[in-house]
Design a protein around this ligand. Sequence first.
Ligand code: MSP
Length: 641
Amino acid sequence: MKGKYYITTPIYYPSDKLHIGNTYTTVVADALARFKRLNGYDVFFLTGTDEHGQKIQRIAEKKGVTPKEYVDKIVASIKDLWKLMNISYDKFIRTTDDYHIKAVQDIFKKLYDKGDIYKGYYEGWYCTPCESFFTETQLVDGKCPDCGREVEWTKEEAYFFRLSKYQDKLLKYIEEHPDFILPEKRKNEMINNFIKPGLEDLCVSRTSFTWGIPVSFDEKHVVYVWIDALSNYITALGYGSDEKSLYEKYWPADVHLVGKDIVRFHTIIWPIMLMALDIPLPKTVFGHGWLLVDGGKMSKSKGNVVDPVILSEHFGVDAVRYYLLREIPFGSDGNFTSEMFIKRINSDLANDLGNLVSRTLTMIEKYFKGELRKGKFEGEFDEDLRRVALEVPVKVEKLMDDLKVSDALEEIWTLVRRANKYIDETMPWVLAKDEENKDRLMGVLYNLTEAIRIVSILISSFMPSTSVKINEQFGFEGTILTWEKALEFGAVDALLVKRGDIMFPRIDVEKKLEELEKLNQQKEAKKMVPIKPEITIDEFDKIDLRVAKVLEAERIKGADKLLKLKVDLGGEERQVVSGIAKYYEPEKLVGKNVILVANLKPVKLRGVDSYGMILAASTEDYSKLVLGTVDEDIDAGSQVK
Ligand code: MSP
């Protein structure tokens, strides 16, 4: 064993909508973990889920289940996704696991006893309906940025973590350990934008919700977010429990792999927590870039499918893994569109790798009935192929040590392309014409097979199933597949090959894009609320719809969803109560031409009479609601039919 290697992903928020962007961190961590195992390290690869917080509590309440019931279901689906993506984690931690809860309580208490956590007040602008605090700058026109309602200056008792005390020590540490924050640009960002301007103490408990780890010595508080979440990297190894052997063996972590959005928490709060606990710091926090769709945030647009399950069904898991690992350059952002994805599969996988494998197998079967042995090695092409084959693994090892995963894949492809070029240079089909060249022909196919064996070892960390498929077809097995043998050209003795199915059939780009677009449309249609049963025109005619001009609008005391409107119908004025207070400020409604169901039986809402109903369009979950209005100005009272 070369040593230990402890690598982690962030623990994921439970979400049933993980997209390929989310899967990026985990796929990269998996490639690194697999590579280090291959390379002779004793690897521990950790991933998991970050399950507490108000958001989860609210969603569960809405669904009428307990938060634990809700997260259990989602965590199961996340585990299924990792299984599908072939993620070889050694442990999956859940922040709802008992050992984690106990260890976090101990950590919190230790920090409190040391004086690094103290009790104070959390102050801010509070929106009661949203149950959220906002800073002055987050407010929009002095109102809640989420719902637009009034906010109140509120004080809540809370515990704080003394980040400020450790500011200088942290800065010194970062400066003395150049590999602690990578890549370099993120380090500079942390130092200049956050640490040097001064660290504020961090609020680490809440009393406004209950779905969290209770503070053991003050149970009305729950631990708030980061102390709970970040601790997972040590609690998973047994820190704070009686069984600490993993902790003793693997800590400190070699790499915390995180997206750029959470580098700040991992390079400021986390090292300070560890310093305060007298625990050594991880060697490297690597902040990777994001996968964007058409340069923007990951969402489905213009036929782009971003669901990793659907993409895997259509293109295979290894194609998805390949794209993720190849497309995001070291530390920067990468782009995703279905079209780029398909084109990349066609060029790199179908054309380069797939062709190399199938051409070589076909020729060994055709010219030698599948029986391969050593043949004549001669000339500059052979020398050059061997040189590249011997250089690439060494370069790949270095690039993987430097976490340059995409560059490592590119490097492997120089060997794939070199081997393809070797076929064109040596022209085995010409050699095959003459019996005298048999030994030379065997030599050419042998060299190709060796190049492919090395490629197969190298890609096994990135595309594990593809590597297995190649090995099966060539009959590679046992010791010739070890890392040491990737550094040797000529390790194969004799083989019997058997060509299987084409690994990456060429995809018709236009046709596939159309198919994906249809799939997206079907998914949208499925989401649509079902259309109600048919009615006749006479039935519709019973409804009297009118254009109504809003003259006045005001809130109704004690009914925070309702507004009382006075509208003009041309010949008369009416009072209407409408449930749109969450979406519209009363003063913004005055002058609007809305559509009123004018012959609806009057009702009393919260003690206020309503003569009719105003029409509005809303999403199914009511996250958005807009009033139905008429396109241009028209006389109040006009009929809508
Ligand atoms: N729960 C926190 C992490 C706590 S770690 C102590 C969290 N979870 S997350 O589910 O929101 O994010 C998980 C990972 O997905 C993060 O590394 C995040 O950066 C990454 N990504 C989310 N969207 C992404 C892309 N579009 N592209 C690449 N990675 C992205 O943050």
